[in-house]
Write a protein that binds this ligand. Structure first.
Ligand SMILES: C[S@@+](CC[C@H](N)C(=O)[O-])C[C@H]1O[C@@H](n2cnc3c(N)ncnc32)[C@H](O)[C@@H]1O
Length: 367
């Protein structure tokens, strides 16, 4: 179970605020190694050469704002390298980053991430269930965006709430292609004239999945390209702390109002299915000590291999002895084996995985 405690470095942070300014300068002013997760939706560098029109001649509300303009790919690359460097400095050793982008920028961002020392964990395709059609009919309908998820460096112990994501997906392992609608209807923020307040507001469902999957309650999430504050709003709902950076006053205002109107879910609702890795360790020997399995009792593999339990919690099989994992691996000729799921015992004519006994002990520990 996760707790809502904060670490020391978080005390010096401007938590749950939207900071004004250029994100590189602002990030450089924050304490090193203080952030758990960064979610970044940087300028796409769309490079629109002319207005885009629908068949009825109405103008498409595309991203043509000043914040998305760069003079060249080289200028965009320099900007990307600079903000990624600042972002990486801020991350805790086991922190991670998500960057979302389209074909216009994501390949450049991906290379820059690797060059900066990040370790790519996955690329997730957000497939839009309701994409904008391709009005000219000259290319495929652009129906997805790509998110790159990376840890600060290779081997870092990043947060991944595998079980929670599996529960979110009705018991099926979460895949790297997410089908979610773009932000429309009541969620889409409007300005005083009833126009979209921001051209690239992301759906809350996307951030919900990112934050449930890769943070815990009480974690600090930074978004250096805050826009309408989707990351902040979802972080608040989920009991995470956020820091937003946005240099346009109009967007900061919209985001602040949105977050003020957002309520945090109650504490109990924020607890999610725990990862098995986080569950307390139960040595196999404990099953023997407690008489759940008897020395001399036979265990069976799915393919009918047999080993006997010894009094010290090891197994002995034909020509091999060792832990449940070692004997399983030797039988299979494999480099490793999860003995807990590999070995089964028999009771009343039924074949039952030994993991069931471990779960029984774990549930006693929780009560
Ligand atoms: C793609 S939008 C992010 C939209 C946001 N994810 C949302 O859901 O509303 C990028 C935002 O970054 C801001 N921005 C661009 N360059 C910036 C910079 N150097 N420093 C701070 N903000 C910047 C833009 O003003 C814009 O609002």
């Amino acid at each position: 179970m996760t707790t809502m405690t904060k670490n020391k470095s978080a005390d010096a942070l401007p938590l749950n605020t939207i900071l004004d300014g250029d994100c590189i300068e602002v990030m450089n002013s924050l304490p090193e190694g203080s952030i758990d997760l960064i979610f970044a939706d940087p300028p796409y560098n769309l490079q629109l050469r002319s207005d885009l029109h629908r068949p009825d001649n109405s103008k498409v509300d595309a991203v043509d704002d000043a914040w998305d303009q760069f003079s060249s790919f080289a200028a965009y690359d320099t900007f990307t390298q600079d903000w990624l460097k600042a972002a990486r400095r801020l991350l805790k050793p086991n922190g991670a980053i998500w960057v979302i982008g389209s074909y216009h920028n994501i390949f450049r961002v991906g290379a820059a991430l690797q060059n900066a020392g990040f370790w790519i964990l996955n690329d997730v395709v957000w497939r839009k269930s309701n994409p904008m059609p391709n009005f000219r009919g000259k290319r495929f309908t652009n129906a997805h965006e790509t998110m790159i998820w990376a840890s600060k460096e290779e081997g870092a112990k990043y947060t991944f709430n595998y079980e929670a994501l599996k529960s979110l997906n009705e018991g099926v392992q979460m895949r790297s292609d997410w089908v979610l609608p773009i932000c429309t209807g009541h969620e889409r923020l409007k300005d005083e004239n009833g126009e979209k307040a921001h051209p690239t507001q992301k759906p809350e469902s996307l951030l919900h999945r990112v934050l449930v999957g890769s943070t815990n309650p009480g974690d600090v999430v930074l978004d250096p390209f805050f826009g309408t504050g989707t990351t902040g709003a979802v972080a608040k709902m989920l009991g995470r702390d956020f820091i937003g950076i946005e240099r346009e006053a109009a967007y900061r205002k919209v985001a602040q109002k949105r977050i003020d109107n957002t309520r945090r879910f109650d504490r109990e609702a924020l607890q999610v299915s725990a990862s098995k890795r986080a569950a307390p360790r139960v040595p196999f020997g404990q099953l023997v000590e407690r008489g759940m399995l008897r020395p001399g009792e036979e265990l069976f593999s799915p393919r009918g291999r047999i080993a006997k339990v010894r009094a010290d919690g090891t197994l002995v099989g034909k020509d091999v002895k060792g832990s449940i994992h070692q004997v399983g691996a030797a039988f299979e000729g494999a480099p490793s084996c999860n003995g807990w799921t590999y070995w089964h015992f028999r009771r009343d004519g039924k074949t039952i995985p030994i993991d069931l006994l471990r779960q029984q002990i774990r549930s006693e520990m929780e009560t």
